[in-house]
Design a protein around this ligand. Structure first.
Ligand SMILES: Nc1ncnc2c1ncn2[C@@H]1O[C@H](COP(=O)(O)OP(=O)(O)O)[C@@H](O)[C@H]1O
Ligand SMILES: Cc1cn([C@H]2C[C@H](O)[C@@H](COP(=O)(O)OP(=O)(O)O)O2)c(=O)[nH]c1=O
Length: 218
């Protein structure tokens, strides 16, 4: 019998250290005999990567930014994520919708309820000619949230790379983003696994692996 697809997203403020662990978890799943698709948001398709280049660089209103994030996400779901899950692959996605709630909702102050409406449309599993608000949403099976104080993340990034539009935001912005993640985690406690990212890399990795093992996948 074909294996069931597994969808895992990785979340956290910039500099939380999540990127280092996506590849390690991919290797662990491959060692367990699974086919893995590693991807990211915004991006993951040619169209969504073009949107990424725009939203990470150009100044724009909060609604425009949110709509572009969800437009990129819809294309990513249709072209890449849903087909991979249907094949029974493991999909590891560096950021997904919780980032929109955390950054556009928490960080930029965009209305939470309005984001929920966009989520309902963009992640609908109905054909687009149906009423898209009447169905189950495509959501990750597990979201690993790398949580740490923004001051620690900022210190890591200061020596790591040239900041993009979001990374250049002040500390208060990341406090608000972190609060956005906390709110999303409280709304979906079963889907979320919070990992303390303010630990040495090996300890963080042990917690990441443990989160996947806890679901019986490794
Ligand atoms: N546990 C850790 N302790 C200290 N530094 C770390 C840790 N994890 C990652 N880093 C460093 O912090 C920086 C940001 O890591 P990265 O994985 O790019 O974060 P993110 O993808 O969450 O923005 C990199 O320079 C990385 O080497
Ligand atoms: C997916 C997503 C990302 N973002 C932001 C968070 C990050 O600052 C940025 C890009 O994410 P990321 O790929 O983590 O950046 P990097 O490659 O530099 O680690 O986009 C949003 O604001 N909303 C979203 O919906």
């Amino acid at each position: 019998m074909a294996e069931q697809g597994v969808f895992i997203s990785f979340e956290g403020i910039d500099g939380a250290g999540k990127s280092s662990h996506v590849g390690a978890l991919a290797d662990a799943f491959r060692a367990a005999g699974r086919t893995v698709l590693q991807t990211r948001e915004p991006g993951g398709t040619p169209l969504a990567e073009q949107i990424r280049a725009l939203v990470l660089k150009e100044p724009m209103g909060a609604l425009t930014e949110a709509l572009l994030m969800f437009a990129a996400r819809r294309d990513h779901i249709e072209q890449v994520i849903a087909p991979a899950l249907a094949r029974g692959d493991v999909v590891l996605c560096d950021r997904f919708t919780d980032a929109t709630f955390a950054y556009q909702g928490g960080g930029r102050g965009f209305d939470w309820q309005s984001l929920s409406i966009l989520e309902l449309l963009a992640q609908s599993q109905q054909a687009p000619e149906a009423n898209l608000t009447h169905n189950a949403l495509l959501q990750p099976d597990l979201t690993i949230w790398f949580d740490l104080p923004p001051s620690v993340a900022a210190a890591r990034l200061a020596s790591a790379r040239v900041p993009d539009k979001f990374e250049a935001q002040p500390a208060a912005f990341f406090e608000a983003v972190r609060a956005g993640y906390a709110r999303r985690a409280a709304e979906s406690p079963v889907r979320f696994a919070r990992v303390n990212a303010d630990q040495p890399r090996e300890a963080v990795w042990a917690d990441v692996r443990h989160a996947a093992q806890g679901r019986g996948w490794l």
